[in-house]
Ligand binder design. Structure first.
Ligand code: HAM
Length: 424
């Protein structure tokens, strides 16, 4: 039989790569609890109808869809937001608002595989439901900022916009919602010519072209430019005011590097307000993104529930950390190998191993029954820090031999002082 491979676009994570994922996931979880988010676990498989309802054409075309044996149309989740919105209309319906929900796990999209783009990838996801206030939008951006900081990422910057600005222009110039969605879809992919071709009104096309020119790092100045540019577009004006409130809160509460881009769009259709993505200079792919979606929960049969959220691509954050070599893996634990000299020392050696583990040390017990020289050679290869050699002679005095594998020095240490000695 040929050696099996993983399915295209899906990866095994082993060794250091797995460690980096674990670090990112645990930082994401720590961040969620710092902001009061409760973690939920939802199924990987959901009804197709739920996942495709408001996600947009782009996601609909890239879902892994199948019929289960009961003839139900189901799909692998391409994101978490739909599942969390489903929860908000069912199990969490009567929970007091705001609801702060965190989740982390794999999601699935039939994207073209390349570095940073996979068909199975990990997201850490935060949803804040029940508030229409700009401080809720600001919180989601601040969470992303906290996560990036806690990981030690350098030089990252936010790209921030508001979907209401483009939609406001399009709707006032008579572009129907379906066409608006198609335009936004193309703008998200930076296919601006194709986007503009879908707009019949020349005036509207010119407006969009002009909007594409506006972007800036000084949020106050950029907001002023947008305000005067959309002065005769009522809905776009309101959207800009809302964006300004969010930006003010973000800028005044933390030093967050950002570019304000009113013509920036995102692939998902459910957004109604502020949207953002985050980038580092070394990678031309978003590490995360999110925004406000005030109509999704209502569309799923809940009461009117404004909401805002974001997701971070763990795979891409891992690449960013590797690129910047700042992966702060959790403090290196000392690793110990416990080696009985003879067969009849096994039980005593096991007992010592358990004592060391109870003291918080990582202990590998010799389970291969190898001779001492072989076992030591192997411990060396696997970067074990200390070998604890359990022999009859020392044991009579309540002691063992402790060998520091880095400097090859060894000494006889009383068992009750062993953990302390290794840790020092
Ligand atoms: P999204 O922008 O589609 O948003 O995905 C979030 C992040 O997932 C991206 O910024 C990227 O880092 C990562 N990602 C997306 N596609 C891939 C891929 N093929 N391979 C690796 N990483 C990928 C959402 O999913 C929204 N649900 C976020 C949200 C939550 N909005 C409101 N609440």
């Amino acid at each position: 039989m040929p050696a099996f491979q993983t399915v295209r676009g899906m990866r095994d994570l082993i060794g250091e790569e797995a460690q980096i994922f674990i670090t990112v996931i645990s930082k994401a979880r720590e961040t969620s609890s710092l902001y009061g988010y409760k973690e939920v676990i939802t199924p990987h498989v959901e009804p197709l109808e739920l996942l495709s309802a408001k996600s947009g054409e782009e996601i609909r075309q890239r879902m892994f869809i199948f019929k289960d044996l009961g003839d139900r149309q189901v799909a692998l989740r391409p994101e978490f937001t739909a599942s969390i919105a489903r929860l908000a209309t069912t199990a969490l319906k009567n929970e007091p608002k705001p609801l702060r929900i965190f989740s982390v796990g794999t999601v699935y999209r039939y994207d073209e595989p390349q570095r940073g783009r996979y068909r199975e990838f990990w997201q850490s996801n935060y949803e804040l439901m029940g508030s229409a206030k700009p401080e809720a939008d600001a919180e989601i951006v601040l969470i992303t900022n906290s996560l990036m900081q806690s990981l030690g990422l350098q030089g990252y910057a936010f790209k921030i916009g508001h979907i209401g600005v483009i939609r406001g222009i399009l709707s006032q110039d008579g572009v129907d919602e379906k066409t608006q969605n198609a335009v936004l879809q193309r703008m998200d992919k930076k296919e601006y010519d194709a986007a503009l071709k879908l707009v019949e009104s020349e005036k509207c096309r010119a407006m969009l072209e002009g909007l594409l020119e506006i972007k800036g790092k000084d949020w106050q100045d950029t907001v002023k430019q947008i305000q005067s540019y959309v002065a005769s577009y009522e809905k776009a004006k309101v959207a800009t005011e809302n964006l300004a409130e969010v930006l003010k809160l973000i800028a005044e509460s933390a030093n967050i590097p950002m570019t304000v881009e009113p013509a920036f769009a995102r692939g998902l259709e459910y957004y109604t307000g502020m949207i953002f993505e985050i980038y580092i200079p070394q990678l031309d792919l978003a590490l995360g993104g999110g925004g406000r979606y005030d109509k999704l929960i209502e569309a799923f049969g809940g009461g009117p529930t404004p909401a805002v959220g974001c997701a971070h691509g763990v795979d891409r954050v891992a690449i960013a950390l590797q690129t910047q070599k700042t992966a702060r893996s959790s403090q290196k634990e000392k690793k110990v190998a416990v080696l009985p000299i003879t067969e009849n020392m096994k039980s005593e050696a096991l007992k010592i191993a358990q004592q060391l583990r109870a003291a918080g040390l990582t202990v590998e017990f010799e389970v291969m029954g190898r001779k001492m020289a072989k076992a030591l050679e192997d411990a060396d290869k696997r970067k074990v820090d200390f070998a604890v050699i359990v022999g009859e002679r020392e044991l009579k005095d309540g002691a063992v031999v402790l060998k520091d594998l880095a400097n090859r020095q060894q000494s006889t240490v009383p068992i009750d002082k062993l953990a302390e000695k290794i840790k020092s």
